[in-house]
Design a protein around this ligand. Structure first.
Ligand SMILES: Cc1cc2nc3c(=O)[nH]c(=O)nc-3n(C[C@H](O)[C@H](O)[C@H](O)COP(=O)(O)OP(=O)(O)OC[C@H]3O[C@@H](n4cnc5c(N)ncnc54)[C@H](O)[C@@H]3O)c2cc1C
Length: 291
């Protein structure tokens, strides 16, 4: 199966890229590493007339950290660069871990974290931990920029909240609060390279022995990554005891809406949500208490 014919343009600024996207509308697609896009085109699932490559836009390659603003991951920062970045490893270990567990070393040196987000697969490895950290996306258009919480970005599998002329410039992850921990857990059925059958991220902030904040994010068990809000409610303001963690894990599994497919049955997925939520909360608690 070969690639269909397409035009390729490589703008040198974000502004230029947005203007091209505005002019061409649905006929154009942004390309970062191409590890999802080109495969979909080969399979005939996408047929853009023009690909807008971002590789010449140098500012998009940036990964930076500022104490009061947090971490910025540019749209062209590679998965491998995020996985091995010293500040990401130290301050956002769940983000580095998720990137390091995505695909293979070859794919991680082509594909990007932002591409993983914009591809909007319910199972995407990099979304849950970023959502748990409360990340926002910076979206550029010919008229300027806007921000959106990552958890509000997804409309369905492969569908995101981007308007004509817009592209994602990068992800902004707030500074981790004091006393916080974030853990990412996943399970793949077939092999290490396979995408996750279920993935979970949990974030807790512990203050004077009580859970001041908590987020539980479930992947691959609904059309988009979702928060297990009722499970979070069971923990907020309470002591994070083993028994409460078990109850929250069981509640999270009730909030999942899994399907059966080639990777797992819905029953298995539901069971694994409870197992992985418990593991994630336990690890997040340990990290929070050690911080
Ligand atoms: C063998 C193999 C194994 C894989 N394993 C995994 C895995 O284990 N876990 C996992 O989560 N994924 C996996 N993937 C999927 C893929 O590699 C990742 O999703 C990757 O991070 C995509 O990044 P990219 O830069 O290649 O995106 P691209 O393919 O360039 O883009 C993906 C989509 O996002 C859009 N897009 C990209 N950047 C932007 C932007 N800045 N603004 C707006 N839209 C944008 C594109 O138009 C396209 O629709 C695997 C893929 C392969 C081929």
């Amino acid at each position: 199966m070969g690639l269909p014919k397409f035009n390729y343009v490589a703008p040198e600024t974000v502004q230029e890229a947005c203007q091209i996207l505005e002019k061409l509308g649905g006929q154009a697609k942004v390309m970062a590493g191409g590890t999802d896009l080109l495969i979909k085109m080969k399979h005939g699932a996408l047929r853009p007339k023009t690909i807008v490559g971002l590789r010449k836009i140098k500012e998009l390659r940036k990964i930076s950290f500022r104490k009061n603003q947090g971490l910025f991951i540019g749209a062209m920062a590679l998965l491998e660069e995020v996985a091995s970045h010293p500040k990401v490893k130290k301050l956002y270990p769940a983000v580095a871990y998720a990137a390091s567990q995505t695909a293979t070393v070859q794919i991680r040196n082509m594909g990007t974290v932002v591409g993983n987000i914009c591809n909007a697969a319910p199972s995407a490895d990099n979304i849950p931990s970023l959502m748990a950290f409360g990340a926002e996306l910076i979206i550029a258009s010919p008229n300027g920029e806007r921000r959106i919480l990552l958890e509000n970005f997804f409309k369905g599998p492969g569908e995101v909240n981007l308007n004509r002329g817009e592209l994602v410039k990068g992800v902004l992850v707030p500074p981790p609060p004091e006393g916080s921990g974030v853990s990412y857990q996943f399970i793949s059925q077939r092999s290490k390279v396979d995408i996750a059958a279920v993935c979970v991220a949990a974030m807790v902030v512990i203050d004077k022995g009580r859970t001041r904040d908590v987020k539980i994010v479930l992947g691959a068990v609904a059309p988009t990554p979702i928060r297990a809000l009722e499970a979070e409610g069971l923990l907020r303001g309470k002591k994070l005891a083993d028994r409460s963690i078990q109850k929250a894990a069981e509640q999270a599994s009730q909030e999942a809406r899994p399907i059966t497919d080639m990777r797992a049955t819905s029953e298995y997925r539901r069971l694994m949500v409870a197992v992985l939520t418990k593991r994630a909360l336990l690890e997040a608690r340990q990290m929070a208490l050690a911080s």
